[in-house]
Design a binder for this molecule. Structure first.
Ligand code: FAD
Ligand code: NAP
Length: 548
């Protein structure tokens, strides 16, 4: 292992560091890019990855139908011009196997695997304030010390099954979409039940329905889904996009969602005639994708009356597609404004309910009471099943970090600091936890954006910060509590000026019983966030105390 070179000449304590940086979660989009950047700066790093190979999200979520909901020409790294010019995406939205192949290619091409210890889960990370070193321990009994520790653990990397009574009694096969078997699953001839109609459920339901003898969909909350309009990659579009890449990638940073090419809407949904509104929604519906639709008007996420027009448009589309009117009513979302939960993109989702072998079961009206040996039971009936698919989501944004015992020796544990909800400065660092960075953490716009771009932006900020510290021979950086307090308040104020808090979403922690109900992402937009991050640096790392 390469020893830490961090100020080694003037520090005895650092001579006991094994590397400069420990990366937790080395296999995802964030871990890989981080390793690439650290390597480029000549910093030594060890990364730990719970998975057996690279891919992160795209390694674990192998359920049928899993694919990107951002155009792949955008959902791809921008850091290497050759890579983005050479890589060919066969379809508008990459499938899980394609994205996994891409990330594996990146790991090979930039020789990143050598830094990653696979099949290794970090269990604790403890900072010693005297030596300014993090000590990280894993489930494989590794102990590694470094001045800096970076959490690239992902926001949607802790799959969660509800705590149904009897869940371990089921004698059939059960799966979670986020932990899908690598060899795939053949549902042919089986009676299958799927619980959950978020993005994972909506993407997988048409595929499972096409195989299974019968599919029962257990829906608690209806969600809005738009047609993806996936298609083979258009050669002309691809060529043009690649020519424009340098401009597009830069322009993406000036947009709220980190995706260029969509002119910002200027009008309110309420200032045009009903006919004009319908025409605009219809053209967005036909084009496919979520950004296009949410960009129909400038107030869809801030004005309930404006949002109602878009929500109703989609409800009408659902009613026009689903032949059984009772089923259509159940599928038409009424509990939240469109866009306040992650807007889903699908291929033939609503059409699937016209199949004879698909039954929608309302488990809001009649909740699931228990999983039985032979299926499941709701308050209204029992269902015999050969297989159950849990498309029940994740302990999002905080789950992976809180699964690790992160603490400062003699000081607080992260789970205590975050007991009332996560608090960060810029989603990059946490007051009271020196030299610990997070990539797209709570308080950043990460999950509300094209994650590839946000991950690159966060990583660049962190690595530039390390470079700044190293060039000045500093050994310690920490957040000033007041800066964190101000940022947390700002994140809350911005969220409160939108419709987002009206939805019981995982953004709010609402999907996990007992989790504090705090709106976690920053929804001021990638453009505003990046501006703030850049200003912080220009003002000499405003809000951070640098020492050592
Ligand atoms: P991850 O990919 O989650 O990687 C984190 C890694 O950390 C994992 O490999 C995990 O094993 C590892 N890890 C966690 N804890 C530990 C530990 N204690 N020790 C060791 N290793 C650990 N975003 C978009 O912008 N567009 C999309 O279309 C899109 N589609 C998605 C589809 C699905 C099914 C899901 C679940 C998410 C999707 N996302 C999408 C969000 C997606 O998570 C990000 O785009 C991106 O892949 C996140 O990369 P990451 O490296 O931050 O996290
Ligand atoms: P999710 O959006 O949290 O959906 C979980 C589903 O399970 C919801 O329908 C939820 O119902 C249901 N559920 C949970 N507990 C239940 C219970 N006790 N009884 C009945 N139903 C229950 O999770 P996800 O679908 O895995 O998606 C998570 C995120 O990952 C997405 O929002 C998106 O950001 C990302 N993702 C993206 C894509 C893509 O298109 N590229 C694909 C998959 C995932 P309630 O709504 O009532 O809680």
């Amino acid at each position: 292992m390469v020893k830490s070179g961090w100020g080694a000449t003037d520090s005895t304590s650092l001579q006991s560091a094994d590397v400069d940086v420990i990366v937790v979660g080395g296999g995802g989009v964030a871990g890989l890019y981080l390793l690439y950047r650290l390597k480029g700066l000549g910093l030594s790093a060890t990364a730990f990855e719970a998975g057996q190979d690279v891919g992160g999200t795209w390694y674990w979520n192998r359920y049928p139908g899993c694919r990107c909901d951002v155009d792949s020409l955008e959902y791809s790294y921008s850091f290497a011009s050759d890579l983005q010019q050479e890589w060919h995406w066969p379809e508008r939205y990459g499938t899980q196997p394609e994205i996994l192949r891409y990330l594996s290619h990146v790991a090979n091409r930039f020789a990143l695997r050598r830094y990653i210890r696979f099949n290794t889960r970090v269990t604790s990370a403890v900072f010693d304030s005297e030596s300014n070193l993090w000590t990280v321990v894993t489930d494989q009994n590794d102990t590694v010390r470094a001045p800096f520790c970076i959490m690239a653990t992902g926001n949607l990397s802790t799959p969660r099954k509800p705590d149904f009574p009897g869940i371990d009694m089921f004698q059939g096969a059960s799966y979670h979409t986020g932990l899908w078997p690598h060899e795939g699953v053949d549902f042919t001839g089986l009676k299958v039940g799927i619980i959950g109609t978020g993005s994972s459920g909506v993407q997988s339901i048409p595929h499972i329905a096409a195989q299974a003898e019968h599919l029962h969909v257990f829906q608690r909350t209806a969600n809005f889904s738009l047609p993806a309009r996936n298609a083979p990659m258009d050669a002309e579009i691809e060529a043009m996009h690649k020519v424009e890449y340098p401009v597009r990638r830069q322009a993406a940073y000036d947009t709220p969602f980190g995706i260029a090419g969509y002119p910002p809407p200027e009008k309110s949904a309420l200032e045009v005639s009903a006919g004009e509104r319908e025409r605009i929604y219809e053209s967005k519906w036909r084009y496919g994708g979520s950004i296009s639709f949410l960009y129909a008007f400038n107030d869809l996420l801030t004005n309930k009356a404006a949002n109602d027009t878009a929500s109703e448009f989609v409800r009408q589309k659902i009613r026009a597609t689903v032949k059984n009117s009772k089923v259509a009513d159940l599928l038409a979302p009424t509990t939240h404004p469109i866009g306040t939960k992650r807007l889903i993109l699908d291929t033939n989702y609503y059409e699937t309910y016209n199949r004879d072998n698909v039954t929608l079961v309302d488990v809001k009206g009649a909740p699931i009471e228990e999983i039985t040996r032979t299926g499941l039971r709701t308050t209204k009936g029992s269902y015999d099943l050969d297989a159950i698919v849990f498309a029940t989501g994740f302990d999002a944004m905080t789950g992976a970090m809180l699964d690790i015992d992160i603490r400062v020796s003699g000081g607080p544990a992260l789970k205590d600091s975050w007991s009332a909800g996560p608090r960060t400065y810029l989603g990059l660092m946490i007051a009271g936890f020196p030299n610990l960075f997070t990539i797209t953490g709570p308080g950043s716009p990460g999950v509300k954006s094209n994650m590839m771009l946000s991950i690159e932006q966060h990583t660049n900020w962190i690595v530039d910060c390390l470079q700044h510290l190293r060039s000045r021979r500093h050994r310690r950086i920490e957040v000033e509590p007041e800066a964190e307090e101000n940022w947390v308040s700002h994140v809350r104020e911005v969220a409160d000026s939108t419709l987002y808090p009206l939805a019981n979403s995982w953004y709010m922690g609402a999907n996990i019983p007992g989790k504090p109900l705090i709106f976690m992402p920053y929804v001021g937009g990638v453009h505003m966030y990046k501006k703030k991050c850049d200003e912080v640096v220009a003002n000499g790392y405003e809000g951070f105390a640098i020492s050592g």
